[in-house]
Ligand binder design. Structure first.
Ligand code: APR
Length: 231
């Protein structure tokens, strides 16, 4: 039994043309986190927050999965045990690349959530503060993404997977946002072999057994080939 748990971040979608957050010129250099990615920012100016996510939704809809997304789908298909993909990304590129049952711990751009009644549905490409909830009718609709200060989704399920991991990989994530940044410690406690695949070593690099440095479209297919050879 060699269960694999993979955590991905914005770096895996960078070569599909989607900007990362903390790289030079990234999203957090262009927008203030407290304005567009907190519940308080949304309460102050919902139109601004919707326009930020509307733009990202349009951009994500045009993006194509790259060789790294596709390689992870291949690993899920060909590995004899479970391969769990947990992503911090709100794009749908893992699914477009063929992955199954992706766990979106920070939500998705494709989702709308009513903050009054908790109803969820598929969002329109453009959302506005006046949109009514499709169940209760109140104009309290937000993107179904997890903001700073909010609890990421599916945490029990993720910790459960980590406790059974034999191999753990963090791909394209700076390791600066918790709780995801601490998953490697859960995996180590479970006795997993750990890999970091990133453009450059992240702040958490010392925690990993193996460091594969370079663009995800090169490192991920090679890592998958090597794993499949050893099975
Ligand atoms: N291939 C591999 N890694 C890459 C590539 C690439 N082509 N391009 C960039 N990277 C790496 C960067 O070096 C960086 O370490 O991807 C990482 C991206 O880091 P962040 O921008 O911090 O993104 P992420 O780790 O996903 O952010 C976590 O922060 O703001 C929140 O909710 C948001 O989910 C996001 C979370």
């Amino acid at each position: 039994m060699e269960k694999i748990v993979i955590l991905t971040g914005a770096g895996i979608s960078a070569e599909s043309g989607l900007g990362t957050f903390r790289d030079e010129g990234g999203l957090w250099a262009q927008h203030r986190i407290e304005d567009v990615a907190t519940p308080e920012g949304f309460a102050r100016n919902p139109a601004l927050v919707h326009s930020f996510y509307n733009a990202r939704r349009v951009q994500a809809a045009k993006a194509q999965p790259n060789a790294a997304h596709q390689a992870l789908a291949r690993l899920q298909r060909d590995w004899p045990d479970e391969v769990i993909v947990v992503t911090q990304n709100v794009d749908g590129l893992h699914e477009a690349g063929g992955s199954q049952d992706v766990i979106h711990m920070h939500g998705t751009l494709a989702g709308a959530l009513c903050s009054s009644c908790g109803h969820r549905w598929k969002s329109a490409e453009q959302m506005t503060p006046a949109d009514p909830c499709s169940r209760c009718g109140r104009p309290t609709v937000r993107p179904d993404v997890v903001w700073f200060g909010e609890m990421p989704y599916f945490m029990d399920e993720i910790y459960d997977h980590l406790s059974g991991a034999r191999i753990f990989a963090a791909i394209g994530t700076s390791g600066q946002v918790y709780p995801a940044a601490a998953f490697v410690h859960e995996a180590i406690a479970a006795g997993a072999q750990t890999f970091e695949l990133n453009l450059e070593p992240s702040t958490g690099v010392l925690h990993f057994d193996n460091i594969l440095t370079g663009p995800a479209t090169q490192t991920v297919p090679k890592w998958v080939d090597d794993l499949l050879k050893r099975r």
